[in-house]
Write a protein that binds this ligand. Structure first.
Ligand code: ADP
Ligand code: MG
Length: 259
């Protein structure tokens, strides 16, 4: 039974896409069959894995509005055990087209029902908004990872996100849990980074992942090569930290014996 994990935070630039690509690639490196869904019209996960969003003919958009099936929209990536359902800019239009559909919040869940069992993990890269596509992702998800950047205003907007998650839990997806809050772009030398780590830990205690993602050049440059950091430079601090995150999630979900 595949576990669906949404990577969400309506704030832009906090590391959602970097986490989606590198967590998915790390789970795949551990030989868990993984599907990455790019649910952001900016299509950064799509291009980060080497696909040109302008040349994509079927995306998660077509799946949600019922023009294509998920099965025919899946592309194999260069990473063994990792597939992707890409995005393209038309996903922006999906929000408007979906408004008049019945069960408009449940379209992603409906689309994924047929393939959920074919994967160990399905990772969804959400857009920086709490619009209908993100609501669809959270309705389809079993859990959510919230990346928080170790920067000024780290906690800004987090209350609103947690509130949205509560509403989705009560109205649309009672099974949704918070997999964890992930501290990203940590810089050991900065006092501010350490302050944010302490602040988030004291506010959210055992909701925070032990793994902290450092600021690392390999993570920011690997999308330009169209490959995840684990293929670009497996020994880099960035690649190792996402592998550790994957292992932490596997342990937490009781899948250790299968590593
Ligand atoms: P989001 O998807 O939340 O908008 P991204 O993952 O695209 O955020 O990250 C925003 C920017 O920060 C990108 O340029 C990305 O390459 C860079 N970045 C993200 N995480 C790291 C990191 N740990 N170290 C260095 N750069 C990072
Ligand atoms: Mg992004």
């Amino acid at each position: 039974m595949g576990k669906i994990i949404a990577i969400a935070n309506q704030k832009g630039g906090v590391g959602k896409t970097t986490t989606a690509i590198n967590l998915a690639a790390s789970l795949a490196a551990l030989e868990f069959k993984t599907l990455l869904i790019d649910a952001d019209p900016q299509a950064n996960s799509t291009s980060g894995l080497g696909f040109n969003p302008k040349e994509v003919s079927r995306s998660i958009y077509e799946c949600m509005v019922g023009i294509a099936t998920v099965a025919e929209s899946i592309l194999a990536t260069e990473v063994p055990f990792l597939d992707i359902i890409p995005s393209h800019i038309d996903l922006v239009g999906a929000e408007i087209e979906m408004i008049n559909l019945t069960n408009r919040e449940g379209k992603m869940k409906e689309a994924l029902a047929g393939i959920k069992d074919q994967y160990d993990f399905i990772i969804m890269d959400c857009s920086p908004s709490l619009g209908l596509i993100t609501i669809n992702s959270l309705t389809a998800a079993d859990s959510v990872i919230i990346p928080v950047q170790c920067e000024y205003y780290a906690l800004e907007g987090l209350g609103k996100l947690l509130n949205t998650i509560k509403i989705i839990q009560s109205r649309l997806n009672p099974g949704l849990v918070i997999e964890g809050i992930l501290l990203t772009m940590y810089d050991l030398r900065l006092r501010l980074s350490n302050q944010v780590v302490n602040e988030v830990n004291s506010h959210f205690k055992n909701m925070v992942f032990e793994t902290i993602i450092p600021r690392n050049i390999r993570l920011s440059e690997s999308p330009s090569y169209g490959i995840p950091a684990i293929l670009h430079d497996a020994d880099s601090k960035g690649a190792i930290s996402y592998l550790n995150l994957a292992k932490e999630i596997i342990l937490k979900n009781g899948l250790l014996q299968t590593i």
